[in-house]
Design a protein around this ligand. Sequence first.
Ligand code: FES
Length: 164
Amino acid sequence: MSWTLTVNNQTHTVNEDKRLIDFLRDDLLLMSVKDGCSEGACGTCSVIVDGKLVKACIQKVSRFDGCSVTTVEGLSQREKEVYVYAFGEAGAVQCGYCTPGMVIAAKVLLDKNPDPTREEMPKYFSTKTRIRHAKKFKGRSSGISVAARDTRKFSRRLSSQRNY
Ligand code: FES
């Protein structure tokens, strides 16, 4: 039996049904996907599957047959620059281990809602990850605000360029 997944715009056939995180890290060497708790609680392993936030540590590859997976490595250059700047500017990095999962969660939020309020962010993150309970959530919240602002600015610039 085999399964086909598109990861960061490249198609892969998988012959062994293993955890998605093991496939991404061990087979594709996508080291941004980190294993924090291995039980679906912390969100450190978060990736995007068909536009939705998914924890890669608890579900197997067979569950994602035909799906499109995005990790931090698959973000556009512009998105990488925005999140590096935004999280750095807000001091929302701590040790950095969970940062890729936070960036992925922020991207899913901002793709759906480019201008979340200060109240919406903790609510979103408390249902998707445990970062609301981290001491530095304020910094992360600010990082996401900065990313949201820069993403909106970039989108406006792109639209105005298209109008010429
Ligand atoms: S490592 Fe997957 S949720 Fe914690």
